[in-house]
Design a protein around this ligand. Structure first.
Ligand code: GDP
Length: 323
C-alpha cells in the first residue's frame, strides 16, 4: 500500500494521529505533497458523510472557544463525534494569530470522540486557511459528524465560513448595544442563530434585555426566517443545552424544507471555485517554466514596470499558448 492509501485507511478507522497527519498533508503548500494529498482526498472524499457543519463567529473575547467547548460536550453526550477547526483570517498577513495559541476547549480536549485542530501554523506561505473545505471533509471521513468551524468576526472571514457550513452561530456580548446597531448588516443576516454570551453573575438581566431588544429589532427589519436569539453562559452552562437543541432543530428544519440540500449544493460550488483557483495557482508553482515566468512577472509588478492585471493576463496567455 502506498503512503497515501495507508494514511487514508487509518483516517477512516478514526485514528486521530493519522487525521492530524492527513490535515497537515492536505494543507501543505510543498510541491512534493501535492500528489499524495490528491490521492488521499480521492480515497477519502467518497466516504466523507457530512453530519452538521457549524460556523461559529464573533469578536475575540466573545467566548467562542468556551462556547464550542460546552456545545461540543452536548454533542459528545448525544453520542456524536466532534471536530473543531479554526479559520484564522490573520495567519497570512501578520504571521500572528487572532485565535491565539491559548489552551482551547479543555473539556472537549479530553474526549476520545473529539478532535481539535490547533490554530493554523503561523506564517505558512499562502495561508493554511484556504484548504478548510478539504479539512472538513477529512474530519467527516474520520467519522466526525459534528464539525465546528470557528472564525473571528472581521467581515470577510465569516463570509467565507458561511459558504462552507450549514449553520452560522454568531456569538455576541451584551452591553455592546451600540456595536450591534453599527454592525454590518451582513454579519447579522448571515447568522442563523445568535447567542448572547456571558449571561451569568450580575449580567444575567442585562444580557437578557439585550437579547430581547435584538429579537425585536430583527423582527421589524428582517424578511424571511429570523435567527433564533438566545442568551447563554458558556462558563456555567446556563442555556447551552437549549442552544444545542435550537441548532439541531434548525438543521432538521432545513433538512425537511430542502434548504439544506440547496446549501450543500452551493457549498460544493464554492469549493469547486476555490479548488480551481488552487489548482491553477499550483500549475504556476509546480511547472518550472511557468513558475519562472511567474517570478519574473512578480518582480516586474513589484517594481511598477507592469500592472498586476496585465501580468496575470499575460501569464494565462502563456499557459494557453502551450497547449
Ligand atoms: P474567544 O476569543 O471568542 O474564543 O473567547 P474565549 O472563549 O477565549 O473567552 C474569552 C474570555 O471570556 C475567557 O477568559 C473566558 O473564560 C471568558 N468567558 C467565556 N465565556 C464566558 C461566560 O459565559 N461567562 C463569563 N463570565 N466569562 C466567559
Amino acid at each position: 500500500m502506498s503512503f497515501a492509501s495507508e494514511l487514508a485507511h487509518a483516517v477512516h478507522n478514526g485514528d486521530r494521529r493519522a487525521l492530524a497527519k492527513a490535515i497537515t498533508l492536505v494543507e501543505s503548500t510543498r510541491a512534493e505533497d501535492r500528489e499524495p494529498a490528491r490521492t488521499l482526498l480521492s480515497l477519502l472524499l467518497p466516504v466523507a458523510k457530512p453530519g452538521i457543519r457549524l460556523g461559529v463567529t464573533g469578536v475575540p473575547g466573545a467566548g467562542k472557544s468556551t462556547l464550542i467547548d460546552a456545545l461540543g460536550m452536548c454533542a459528545v453526550t448525544d453520542g456524536r463525534r466532534v471536530a473543531v477547526l479554526a479559520v484564522d483570517p490573520s495567519s497570512r498577513d501578520s504571521g500572528g494569530s487572532v485565535l491565539g495559541d491559548k489552551t482551547r476547549m479543555t473539556k472537549l480536549a479530553q474526549e476520545d470522540a473529539a478532535f481539535i485542530r490547533p490554530s493554523p501554523t503561523r506564517g505558512v506561505l499562502g495561508g493554511t486557511a484556504s484548504r478548510t473545505r478539504e479539512v472538513i471533509a477529512l474530519c467527516e471521513a474520520a467519522g466526525h459528524d459534528v464539525v465546528f468551524v470557528e472564525t473571528v468576526g472581521v467581515g470577510q472571514s465569516e463570509e467565507r465560513v458561511a459558504s462552507m457550513v450549514d449553520l452560522v452561530l454568531l456569538v455576541l456580548l451584551a452591553g455592546a448595544g451600540d456595536d450591534i446597531s453599527s454592525m454590518k448588516r451582513g454579519v447579522l443576516e448571515a447568522a442563523d442563530l445568535i447567542a448572547f454570551n456571558k449571561a451569568d453573575a450580575e449580567r444575567v438581566a442585562s444580557v437578557q434585555a439585550d437579547a430581547a431588544s435584538l429579537r425585536a429589532s430583527l423582527g421589524i427589519s428582517r424578511a424571511g426566517r429570523m435567527p433564533d436569539v438566545l442568551s447563554v453562559s458558556a462558563l456555567d452552562g446556563a442555556g447551552v443545552a437549549e442552544l444545542w437543541s435550537a441548532l439541531l432543530s434548525r438543521q432538521d428544519e432545513a433538512a425537511q424544507s430542502g434548504e439544506l440540500l440547496l446549501r450543500r449544493g452551493s457549498q460544493r460550488g464554492a469549493w469547486f471555485e476555490a479548488a480551481l483557483d488552487d489548482a491553477l495557482h499550483a500549475v504556476f508553482v509546480e511547472d518550472s517554466e511557468l513558475s519562472q515566468a511567474r517570478e519574473a512577472a512578480l518582480r516586474e509588478v513589484e517594481s511598477g514596470a507592469l500592472s498586476a492585471p496585465e501580468a496575470a493576463e499575460r501569464l494565462v496567455a502563456s499557459l494557453l499558448a502551450r497547449r
